[in-house]
Structure formats: C-alpha cells, structure tokens
Design a binder for this molecule. Structure first.
Ligand SMILES: NC(=O)c1ccc[n+]([C@@H]2O[C@H](COP(=O)([O-])OP(=O)(O)OC[C@H]3O[C@@H](n4cnc5c(N)ncnc54)[C@H](OP(=O)(O)O)[C@@H]3O)[C@@H](O)[C@H]2O)c1
Length: 334
C-alpha cells in the first residue's frame, strides 16, 4: 500500500510517499481503506529542549492523524463495527498511521461518519473537532452566557472552536485578518478583531476564558484579557505539569520539566489571578460520535480550505505550514 513515511526527526525528511506493508487489524481494531486524511504539521512541533522527553514514534513511521474510510476487516473482539461501515477517527496518539491506503484503528477510537459527509470532509473533523470540544467543554467549562476569546479563529481548529463555543452558549470574540473575517462571522463569532490593524489587548477584557491557538506573544497577552478566576487553555504554548500527568500519563520527572518550561506562562497567569493549562488532546470514538451528531443536526459545519491528491501531499504541508489556511487542509488517498 502507499503511505507517507517519516524516516527521521527534524529537518527535511527523505522518506516521503512510498510503498509499505499493509497493517493487520489486531484485537478490537478495524482495518479501513482510508479515503481522506488530514495533514498536520510535517515536523513535529516539540518545544525546544523537549525533544528527548516527549515520546517519539519508532521509525520508520506512517504519518497522519485523522482519517475517514470504509471498514474492510475486523479483528478479534470488535463488536460495534462491521465490514462496510463508513467510519472516521483520530488515530492513536502513540502510533499515527493515517496517511496510507489502509490503517488499523482501535475500535474505541472509531465513530460512524456523519452520513451526509463525503470522506474528505469527514476526515477534516477528528483532531480539530475533538481538540476544540475538549478545550471548550471539558477544560474551560463554557456554558450559557460564558464569554470566551479565541485568537486565530479562521484556521483548522478555530473554525470548529467558534461553532462549538456558540453551541455551548458562549459569546465568542475572535481575531482574524480581512482574509478570514467573513468566514468567522458566518460561523457565529460575535466580535471579530482584525489582528492586522488592531491590538486585541486594547479591546478585549473580562473574559471567562481564552482558548489560545497561537501561543507566543498572543498567549502572553491573553492572560490580561481574562477576569480574575478565569482560565486560559492553550494548544500552542508551553506544556505544564498537568499536560504530563493528565494528557500524557507521565510521572514526576516530566511534570517537573514542564513545570520549568511553563514557568513564565504560569507566573503571568498567577499575576492576573487566572489559571493556565496546556491541553494535549486525546482521541475518543465516543466524543467523535457526539461531533457526528452535531454535524448531522446542522450545528457544526466542517470548513475545508482545500483537498489535495496524495501525490501532492508535500504542497499540502507547505501550504499548511505557511499558516494561512481557512479551515482544514485534506489529503485524498484514492
Ligand atoms: N495540543 C493539541 O492537542 C493540538 C491539537 C491540534 C492543533 N494544535 C496546534 O494548534 C495550533 C493551531 O492549529 P490550526 O490547525 O488551527 O492552525 P492553522 O489552520 O494553520 O491556522 C491558520 C490560521 O491562523 C490564522 N492566523 C495566523 N496568525 C494569526 C494571528 N497572529 N492572529 C490571528 N489569526 C492568525 C490565519 O489567518 P490569516 O491567514 O487571516 O492570517 C489562518 O487562517 C497549531 O500550532 C497546532 O499545531 C495542537
């Protein structure tokens, strides 16, 4: 089968697309023909100094986080899915494997695709949709009347986050350039700040929470726009001890390292009387099924920027890394 294979970490990867052996569905796993898969970043974004402690995938590794496809065979113990089911998934965090003609996925991570979606659109949902759901509902605990700031709302995660925050009943403030304004307004953003001409920190205040998608300077300034007792959740800043404990299931050594790495963010958070959390999302078939229901009921619309055929995956990565995507970039495998 064809697959995108990672053969080394950091710098240009000579691996690229190649033929590899087809995976077998083990216990509780379905084997799917992957029709659409979504690229994430080509070089793993690991904070400086963290490369050795965050588990690396054994190489060579088939890359890719999300997929949608048809179940072609089921391993022993699979009870909820059968051959022919149209499914989608965010693959296991410790294995990847979506950029391939076939992938073996644990049953617990699979959900049935929303019937109204094609494979490409369905493949755009898992990673970004689950990340937004977990950040907004579980970590920020948004509810009716909450006020949330989502900097960078026009991208892959942001387009899901705006809609899910509205579904939870929150008032949403976001930032976008003129290129993304119409999109974020259509998705329901209540207040849109043009980050190319305005400083959000001059206009945003007393938020209950921030869902930071940009990290860096944006994260640093976000602590000041939240009211005391509020929360800042980032997926692009520095991991903190809870990331090691809750998201990675690791012990005190990594917690201590993340304590040091996140020192500045946590100090800023303390200064403003708010909490700081770096979320590393987790795959979940059950939560993906909730997202599928939201799509089917018309409450959640996956936004696709472009679909690239597999031989052009390099260009798709380059486009994604340029940071201008409006919604999601998807790779078609067949
Ligand atoms: N921790 C986790 O579990 C997890 C999970 C998923 C993603 N992530 C990370 O989350 C981050 C966001 O991912 P993504 O897929 O949403 O990114 P993306 O799709 O590449 O975001 C691109 C969008 O960001 C906008 N943008 C760029 N700079 C901006 C700024 N200064 N202010 C406001 N908007 C800006 C761009 O708008 P313009 O073109 O209009 O400028 C573009 O629409 C990435 O760092 C990704 O690695 C982490």
């Amino acid at each position: 089968m064809r697959a995108l294979v990672l053969t080394r970490y950091g710098g240009p990867d000579p691996g690229g697309g190649r033929a590899v052996g087809q995976p077998r569905p083990g216990a509780r796993a379905g084997l799917g023909g992957a029709h659409g898969a979504r690229p994430h970043t080509r070089h793993f974004k690991v904070p400086p100094g963290m490369r050795k402690v965050i588990p690396r995938y054994p190489l060579p590794a088939v890359m890719g986080n999300d997929l949608a496809g048809v179940v072609e065979a089921c391993g022993e113990g699979v009870t909820r899915f059968a051959e022919g089911d149209r499914v989608f998934a965010r693959v296991a965090k410790d294995s990847l494997g979506a950029f391939a003609d076939y992938a073996a996925i644990p049953e617990s991570l699979l959900a049935r695709m929303p019937p109204s979606l094609d494979f490409e659109t369905a493949a755009s949902v898992p990673l970004a949709g689950l990340t937004a759901l977990q950040a907004l509902r579980d970590e920020l605990e948004l509810k009716e009347g909450s006020r949330v700031f989502i900097p960078g709302g026009a991208g892959g995660v942001g387009t899901f986050a705006i809609q899910l925050a509205k579904w939870l009943g929150a008032e949403v403030t976001t930032t976008a350039s003129p290129r993304g304004r119409a999109l974020v307004e259509r998705l329901g953003a209540d207040v849109v700040i043009d980050y190319t001409t305005q400083r959000f920190e001059d206009h945003v205040r007393d938020m209950d929470g921030v869902f930071d998608l940009l990290g860096g300077e944006t994260l640093g300034k976000s602590f000041g726009v939240v009211k005391r007792g509020g929360k800042v959740v980032s997926i692009a800043g520095m991991p903190e001890p809870e990331t090691a404990r809750k998201d990675l299931g690791r012990g005190v050594a990594l917690q201590a390292l993340f304590w040091i790495a996140s020192y500045r963010s946590r100090a800023e958070a303390r200064r403003h009387g708010v909490s700081y959390r770096y979320l590393f999302m987790h795959p979940s078939g059950a939560e993906l099924a909730e997202l599928a229901q939201l799509v089917e009921s018309g409450k959640l619309e996956p936004v696709i920027d472009r679909v690239s055929p597999f031989p052009e995956i390099g260009q798709a990565f380059a486009y994604l890394e340029a940071g201008r995507a409006k919604g999601k970039v998807v790779v078609r495998m067949n």
